[in-house]
Structure formats: structure tokens, C-alpha cells
Design a protein around this ligand. Structure first.
Ligand SMILES: C[S@@+](CC[C@H](N)C(=O)[O-])C[C@H]1O[C@@H](n2cnc3c(N)ncnc32)[C@H](O)[C@@H]1O
Length: 461
């Protein structure tokens, strides 16, 4: 009796929240699983594994080349200023490109002070000194998905802080600026970024949205043209961040040059359409840059263009020929039955561009996204890049209230600015031009490599 009472008392005093004692598995329960049960469990596990792998694959495809580019830039060694200025085989080109960036900054920085600058694809912070030289900047924010580069940019800024008494405030963020919304970064939101920027938003267009004076994207925007989604994500960030009257500046590969090379390739192969050959009979043979009015975004002309050489050629191999509509760029079958390679390459001893697969026979990159090529530069990058068809980009930018002010191939920028009272002497200090003879220190091959690029400025309206 007493023992029974004690038991009740003990159980009654147990906290009601305490979980009931766990039921023990009956010994040997596992062994009663049949072979069929085990097979079914194995199948379920296999399906779960497969689903997980497919989900990972889908996610990777969505990230696109983003990770490859990020990994690539994270791995580019930091060789230091001394190497870049003395031992580099392309020091003339490095100086020339840097001078072009300085000159674009100077041309569009304007007269105001206390500017807020957003540098998209800031890399290792190589342009910090250029912005500091202007003495007009109050805030600089640099974003780039390559976290190692961002760390180097922070170090570079810390070094500048040690040496300079008056320096703008700067912050750096590891961020994919085409696939992600920059308004998630507190300081970007604080200064102002309009989430409604873009086509068909009258309210946003009237209000003007952002609080940034300039967005700069040096040698970076071409990665956004992997897909329509990324190009639009990039423009939403740029336009959203800019205040009315703000400037969007940058340097990118010139699609006119790529069009020219693609046409030459198809003519040599005999696959250029008749109108391209006919047009050429009337002109001289030298490559020319189309004027701003010329349209490389002509829906009528390009219905037969092959599809961009996108993900199917994501590897590093030259694509094999495939049938295309109406047989314009038909298979070239050699006598022994081998299919001829369809990609092509051009360049010189310091740079090269390689299209891995099909290219449009009339040189019109349409649709304007996903035209991949590989760019190789001595000591620098060999990375997949995407053609930025100029007129398509300009038309798209207009939908985001960005109006073109300026576009020039690098060599023309040099001709235009070399005798500017500030940029002329700067070119000597930067080692672009010889102080005593006035001669360009860039070799012809380096200038040839520089011809691949042009520089631009849009205004937010
Ligand atoms: C050739 S580097 C130029 C770096 C710097 N702007 C300069 O002029 O020295 C190209 C940069 O674009 C960056 N980039 C690539 N994809 C990007 C993205 N989705 N968002 C922002 N930057 C990106 C790369 O990480 C790399 O730092």
C-alpha cells in the first residue's frame, strides 16, 4: 500500500510539461524489414538524391557564369604596383586603359562637390586614386562579387587612409550586382535607390528616384549580357541608384569591332549573306566603326540569325557545326566526313578573342543576349564574356531613363583628350606618352588591343 502511494505521489509530482517516457523499440524490429521494404527505402533515397542534384543544377544554371567569373577574379594574382609599372609586358596598355578611365571620369564628373559614387564591379579598387584625384567625392561605395578582390580593395583604401589627410568615406561589398538588388545594402538604400526604376513607371520617372551622382562600371558590364534577366537587373540597379541628372559611365568591348570580325570570318568562309558581300563591294576593305546612328539591332534583317552560343557551349571547347535555319550557315562537312569547327579566333600576340560556336553570318547579334566568347589578355584575364550589342543596349537603357551622351572608341578618346591641359600632362605622369618626345609609349599591338574597347556616358533623365 505504502509502496503504491509512493509511486502515485512520484508520478503526480512530475511536471506536466515533461514528455512521456520514450517507447523503446521492440528488440529485433529492424530485422523484420523485408527485402522489398529495403529496396523501396533505397529507391526513395535515390529519388531524394536525384532531386537534390537537379535542384543544385538548376541553381547553378541560374547563377550562370557568375560563379565562374567570381572564381576567376578571385584567383587573379595581385602583382603589385611595381610589377604593373615596370615588369609587365603590357604596361603600355595598362597605362593607356587607366588614362582612358581617368579621362572619362574627368569629362563627366561635373562641377559639383560632395559627390556620391557607386562603383559596380570595382574589383581590387584600382580606381580609388582616380576618384580621390578629383577632390570632388564625399562617398564612394564599391561592389563586386569577387570577395577576395573586395578584401584587396578594402586594404587599398585603408592604405590610402594612412597616407591622406582628407579622403572620402568608402565602403565595399561582395555582391552580384546583376542578379541581386543593390537596395539590400543599407548605405545604398540610405543614399537612395528607387525599386520602381524601369519601363512604364511614370511615377518613378517623374520622381527621379535615386540619390547617387554617378554610377561607374569599368570593364565589367559585358558580364551582364549573359541573359536578358541580368542585363535588366543591372540597368534596374544603375537607373534606380542615379538621381536625375546623374551619370552612368563605363568601358566595354565595342560590338562594332566584333561585328566587323564576324562578318570577315563569314566572308572568308563563304557563309556571309549576299547583302553583306554586296555592301562590301561598294566600300573599301578597312574595318570601320559604325556611327552611333547605325543600327545593329534590326529585327527585319536578323530573322535568320543563329541562336547565341550560350550554355550548350559553356565549356572551353570550340563548338561543332550544327544545322541552322534555311541552311544559311550550313554544316561544312569535310571530305573525310569530319565536321569542320565553326568557332573562330582573332587577336595578336597580347590579346585574343575566341568565339566557341556559331556566330551570325551578317554580324547582327540577335537576340542581343548570350553571345559568348572567350577573351584572353596577356598577364590578365581569360574569361568568358558576352557581346554587348551596342544599339540593343542603348535602346534598353532608354527604357530605364538613361540617355546616351557620349560613346567613343579608346583611340578616338586619346585623339580627343591628349592635349587637354590636365589630361595631357597626366598622360605623361602615367607613362602613356613620352615627356620629351611626346611619342605614345604604347606599342601598335597594345593599341590594337585597346581598339577592342569603347567608353560611354549616359545621363539619367
Ligand atoms: C576586368 S575587372 C574590372 C575591375 C575594375 N572595374 C577595373 O576597372 O579595374 C571586371 C570586374 O567585374 C566584376 N564582375 C563580374 N560579374 C559581376 C557582377 N555580376 N556584378 C558586379 N561585378 C561583376 C568582376 O568580379 C571583376 O572584378
Amino acid at each position: 500500500m505504502a509502496g503504491g502511494d509512493r509511486k502515485r505521489t512520484r508520478s503526480a509530482s512530475r511536471s506536466p510539461s515533461r514528455s512521456p517516457p520514450r517507447q523503446r523499440k521492440r528488440p529485433g524490429a529492424g530485422t523484420r524489414l523485408t527485402a522489398a521494404d529495403r529496396e523501396a527505402a533505397r529507391k526513395r533515397q535515390e529519388e531524394r538524391d536525384q532531386e537534390a542534384a537537379q535542384a543544385a543544377q538548376r541553381e547553378a544554371a541560374q547563377r550562370g557564369i557568375h560563379d565562374a567569373v567570381k572564381q576567376h577574379y578571385n584567383m587573379v594574382p595581385e602583382r603589385g604596383r611595381e610589377f604593373r609599372k615596370t615588369d609587365s609586358k603590357i604596361k603600355g596598355l595598362r597605362s593607356f586603359n587607366n588614362w582612358i578611365k581617368s579621362s572619362t571620369i574627368q569629362k563627366f564628373i561635373g562641377d559639383e562637390r560632395n559627390l556620391r559614387i557607386l562603383d559596380i564591379g570595382c574589383g581590387k579598387g584600382g580606381d580609388l586614386g582616380k576618384w580621390q584625384a578629383s577632390r570632388k567625392v564625399e562617398l564612394y561605395v564599391g561592389c563586386d562579387p569577387a570577395d577576395v578582390s573586395i578584401k584587396q580593395a578594402k586594404d587599398r583604401y585603408a592604405e590610402m587612409q594612412r597616407k591622406q589627410r582628407r579622403l572620402f568615406h568608402a565602403e565595399f561589398y561582395a555582391k552580384d550586382c546583376f542578379g541581386e538588388w543593390l537596395g539590400d545594402i543599407p548605405i545604398i538604400k540610405e543614399v537612395g535607390i528607387d525599386p520602381a526604376a524601369g519601363p512604364g513607371n511614370a511615377m518613378s520617372q517623374r520622381w527621379g528616384g535615386g540619390g547617387w551622382d554617378m554610377v561607374t562600371m569599368m570593364f565589367c558590364m559585358h558580364y551582364a549580357f549573359e541573359s536578358e534577366e541580368k542585363a535588366k537587373g543591372m540597368l534596374r540597379n544603375v537607373s534606380g541608384a542615379l538621381k536625375k541628372g546623374g551619370r552612368f559611365i563605363g568601358c566595354i568591348p565595342n560590338s562594332d569591332m566584333l561585328t566587323q570580325r564576324v562578318i570577315e570570318h563569314h566572308k572568308a568562309k563563304g557563309t556571309a549573306p549576299p547583302e553583306v558581300n554586296a555592301a562590301d563591294d561598294e566600300e573599301d576593305d578597312r574595318p570601320t566603326f559604325a556611327s552611333d546612328d547605325e543600327d545593329d539591332w534590326d529585327p527585319e534583317k536578323s530573322l535568320d540569325s543563329p541562336k547565341p552560343n550560350d550554355s550548350e557551349h559553356a565549356d572551353d571547347t570550340i563548338g561543332k557545326a550544327e544545322d541552322t535555319k534555311k541552311g544559311k550557315a550550313k554544316k561544312d562537312v569535310e571530305e573525310d566526313g569530319e565536321v569542320e569547327e565553326e568557332g573562330f579566333k582573332f587577336g595578336n600576340s597580347i590579346y585574343s578573342v575566341r568565339f566557341p560556336g556559331k556566330t551570325p553570318p551578317d554580324g547582327t547579334f540577335r537576340p542581343p543576349y548570350g553571345w559568348k566568347y572567350f577573351y584572353f589578355l596577356e598577364e590578365a584575364v581569360e574569361a568568358p564574356e558576352y557581346v554587348v550589342p551596342w544599339e540593343a543596349f542603348r535602346a534598353l537603357a532608354e527604357d530605364y531613363n538613361l540617355e546616351l551622351q557620349y560613346r567613343k572608341p579608346f583611340r578616338e578618346v586619346w585623339e580627343e583628350q591628349k592635349d587637354d591641359p590636365e589630361l595631357g600632362p597626366l598622360s605623361e605622369r602615367m607613362g602613356v606618352r613620352d615627356r620629351s618626345t611626346g611619342r605614345l609609349l604604347t606599342t601598335e599591338e597594345e593599341l590594337d588591343a585597346a581598339d577592342f574597347y569603347h567608353t560611354f556616358c549616359f545621363y539619367k533623365v
